[in-house]
Design a protein around this ligand. Structure first.
Ligand SMILES: Cc1ncc(COP(=O)(O)O)c(C=O)c1O
Length: 417
C-alpha cells in the first residue's frame, strides 16, 4: 500500500480527528524509522514520548515474544503474576503506596480526579466541610475524556464539549498569588503537570509547586501531579517532582510505561486511596499480563539509563542554548533532561522548521503553536544531538532544502528561560 492510497482510504473511513504529516511509516529500529519510500528518519519525538527505548529494543521484544505466547489478557476479575510486581517497582521509585493500572494517560488522570472526590466524600461523612472543587492550571493538558478535558486549561479543547465536569477553577501559570487567592477549604485537589508538555514545555516554578504542597497540607486537600509526559525518566529522575524536593499524594503516568504498548497508572498514598472500595472504579483491559510484564522490563532498563538521560539531556540543552544565542527567531529554551522545548517568536517559523526537519529526515513536533518539542528516546547519543542541532541551525538560518519556503526571522541573539 502506498501513502496516497492510505490517505484516501483514511479520509473516507476515519473520524477526521488528526491532521497527520504525509508520511507512511513501515518499520523502525533503534532511533530510526523508515517510510514507505525507504527514507530513513531520526526519531526525536518517540511517538510523543512513548518509545523511550527506541524501536525494536531487544529486551522488550524478548518479553513480548515470551509473554504473548504465555498469556495476554485475563481481565481484572482474576489475579495474574505481574500487577503486584509492577506496583512494587513503581511505589518504590515514587515513594507512594499503591497503584491502579489502566490503558492510557487520560484514564489515569480520570482515576486521580475520582480518588480526590471519593476521599472528600468519605471525609465529609466524618463531619468535614464540603470539599469538592478542583484547582487546575492555565495552559495544562490532561487528555480527551470529560474529566481530563474539564481540568485542561486550554479553551480550544474544552469549548466544543461544554458543559464539562463542574467544580474546576483555573489558576494562572506559576502565579502563586492567584493560587493562594483561589484556594480554600472547598478544594479537594490541586491538579498540575510538573512540566507542562502540550502547553509548550513549561516547568512549574519551585515556589509555585511548594506553595501548592503547603496549601493542600493545611486543609487535607490532595496534590495530584500529571507525570504522563514528564515522568518515568524523561527528566533524568524517575519523576519530575523529584527535582523539586516535594512528594505529591497522587501521580499519573503512562506514555513510556510499557515501551509502546498501551498502559497507564495512577500511584497514590494510602490516605488518598481511602475513598475507594471494590466496584467503584475499574477497567477491562488495564494492567493486563502482557503490558505489565513489558513495563517491568522497561523499568529494569530505565534504572541504568537515568544518568545517561541527565548527561545527554544537559548536552542537548547546552546546544539549544547556543542556537538561541545565535538566532533572532528563538525566544526561549525550556525543559529538563530529554524533555526540551525551543520557543520561537513566530508560529509560522515553528511550523516551517518542523517541516524542514522532516524533509531532512528528522522527526520533531510543534506544540502550543510556537514551541518546537524534543522528546527523543532515552538512548540517543551526543552525535544524534549534534545532527539535530546542525539541522535546526540550517533551518533557522533559512538554509532551505529544495521545495520548502524560506524561514523568516533568522539573525542574531536570544535567551534562556
Ligand atoms: C501531560 C499529559 N497528560 C495526559 C495526556 C493524555 O494521555 P493519553 O493521550 O494517553 O490519554 C497527555 C497526552 O499527551 C499528556 O501529555
Amino acid at each position: 500500500m502506498n501513502l496516497a492510497t492510505v490517505v484516501r482510504a483514511e479520509e473516507k473511513l476515519l473520524l477526521p480527528t488528526y491532521d497527520r504529516q504525509r508520511v507512511l511509516f513501515t518499520h523502525g529500529k533503534g532511533l530510526y524509522l523508515w517510510d514507505s519510500q525507504g527514507k530513513k528518519y531520526l526519531d526525536f519525538l518517540s511517538g510523543i514520548g512513548v518509545n523511550a527505548l527506541g524501536h525494536g529494543h531487544p529486551a522488550i521484544q524478548a518479553v513480548i515474544k515470551r509473554q504473548s505466547a504465555k498469556l495476554i489478557h485475563v481481565s481484572n476479575l482474576f489475579f495474574h503474576e505481574y500487577q503486584a510486581e509492577l506496583a512494587k517497582k513503581l511505589t518504590k521509585i515514587s515513594g507512594l503506596d499503591r497503584a491502579f493500572f489502566c490503558n492510557s494517560g487520560t484514564e489515569a488522570w480520570e482515576g486521580g480526579l475520582k480518588l480526590a472526590r471519593a476521599l472528600a466524600r468519605v471525609e465529609n461523612n466524618n463531619g468535614h466541610k464540603a470539599k469538592w472543587r478542583l484547582l487546575a492550571l492555565e495552559g495544562s493538558f490532561h487528555g480527551r475524556t470529560f474529566g481530563s478535558l474539564a481540568t485542561t486549561g486550554q479553551v480550544k479543547y474544552r469549548h466544543p464539549f461544554a458543559p464539562l465536569v463542574p467544580g474546576v477553577g483555573f489558576v494562572g501559570f506559576n502565579d502563586v498569588e492567584d493560587l493562594k487567592r483561589q484556594f480554600d477549604g472547598s478544594v479537594c485537589a490541586i491538579c498540575l503537570e510538573t512540566i507542562q508538555g502540550e502547553g509548550g514545555i513549561r516547568p512549574l516554578s519551585e515556589e509555585f509547586l511548594k506553595t501548592a504542597r503547603a496549601l493542600t497540607e493545611k486543609t487535607g486537600a490532595l496534590l495530584i501531579l500529571d507525570e504522563i509526559q514528564c515522568g518515568l525518566g524523561r527528566t533524568g529522575k524517575y519523576f519530575a517532582y523529584q527535582n523539586y524536593g516535594i512528594k505529591p499524594d497522587i501521580i499519573t503516568v503512562a506514555k513510556p510505561l510499557a515501551a509502546g504498548l498501551p498502559l497507564g497508572a495512577l500511584l497514590t498514598t494510602d490516605r488518598a486511596a481511602k475513598g475507594m472500595h471494590p466496584g467503584m472504579h475499574g477497567t477491562t483491559f488495564g494492567g493486563g499480563p502482557l503490558a505489565c510484564a513489558v513495563a517491568i522490563e522497561f523499568l529494569n532498563v530505565l534504572d541504568k539509563l537515568l544518568p545517561h538521560v541527565r548527561e545527554v539531556g544537559g548536552y542537548f540543552e547546552e546546544k539549544l542554548l547556543g542556537l538561541a544565542a545565535k538566532h533572532e527567531a528563538v525566544k526561549e529554551i525550556r525543559g529538563q533532561g530529554l524533555m526540551l522545548g525551543m520557543e520561537l517568536k513566530s508560529g509560522d517559523t515553528a511550523k516551517a522548521t518542523v517541516k524542514q526537519l522532516l524533509e531532512r529526515g528528522i522527526l520533531i513536533n510543534r506544540t502550543h503553536d510556537t514551541v518546537l518539542r524534543f522528546l527523543p528516546p532515552y538512548i540517543i547519543q551526543k552525535k544524534h544531538v549534534d545532527e539535530v542541532v546542525r539541522a535546526l541551525d540550517a533551518a533557522l538560518a533559512g538554509d532551505v532544502p529544495k521545495k520548502t519556503s524560506p524561514i523568516p526571522g533568522a539573525g542574531k541573539s536570544a535567551k534562556r528561560s
